[in-house]
Ligand binder design. Structure first.
Ligand SMILES: C[S@@+](CC[C@H](N)C(=O)[O-])C[C@H]1O[C@@H](n2cnc3c(N)ncnc32)[C@H](O)[C@@H]1O
Length: 185
């Protein structure tokens, strides 16, 4: 089995895509995972799981009949996620872009989900791509479902206008400090 790649190594090869040198802190994982109302059969998508910091937090809370769909664009991080999580039958991992989420879910015959958690760096995306990802996510969410986005910058806020409500929580203990947007459909 190969060595697990660090986020720092992935960052050195793809600075704008990876956009962070360290995984989300324990406090961020706790805040994000605490925002989700878990049921026995939740369907959750994670965009940009990286090394799986939030993934592990979600899996600890998700029921046995739930499913977690991971979409990661970076080849080495994808390979590393595959090694970590293939043995968990709740997890499906795709080496793909969040902008293709609709097609990815269609291949699995999934047409609606409870929660989407996104760690992708929206500030590096062009306006059209960013809005496309948010709009496709909104269309996939059940009524009352959530798009949870964590960012170091405020850029995401303008793309979330079509959601019924957007709650913002700051985590000053993360390095660097970050904002967590919980957009309710
Ligand atoms: C800031 S890191 C977050 C890593 C991890 N979620 C965490 O909290 O530690 C951003 C991650 O998003 C991935 N990413 C960036 N753009 C993406 C896209 N359009 N689709 C899927 N993954 C993407 C990167 O490769 C990287 O793994």
């Amino acid at each position: 089995m190969g060595r697990k790649i660090s986020l720092f190594e992935a960052f050195l090869k793809d600075k704008s895509g990876v956009a962070s040198i360290v995984p989300s802190s324990k406090s961020t994982v706790k805040i994000i995972c605490g925002m989700i109302p878990y049921r026995e059969e939740n369907t959750i998508i994670e965009y940009g799981p990286g090394t799986g910091a939030i993934t592990k937090g979600l899996l600890k809370k998700m029921g046995n009949d739930s499913q977690l769909i991971l979409i990661e664009q970076n080849n080495e991080l994808y390979n590393s996620l595959t090694k970590q999580f293939t043995s968990d039958s709740r997890v499906s991992i795709f080496h793909d872009l969040a902008q293709n989420v609709k097609n990815i879910l269609q291949r699995k015959s999934i047409y609606e989900v409870d929660t989407i958690v996104s760690g992708i760096p929206f500030s590096y995306l062009d306006d059209i791509t960013a809005q496309l990802i948010v709009d496709q996510s909104k269309n996939l969410l059940k009524i009352g479902g959530q798009l949870i986005v964590y960012q170091f910058k405020d850029d995401i806020e303008r793309y979330l206008r079509n959601f019924r409500e957007v709650r913002v929580k700051e985590n000053p203990f993360n390095i660097p400090p970050l904002k967590i947007y919980n957009a309710i459909n």
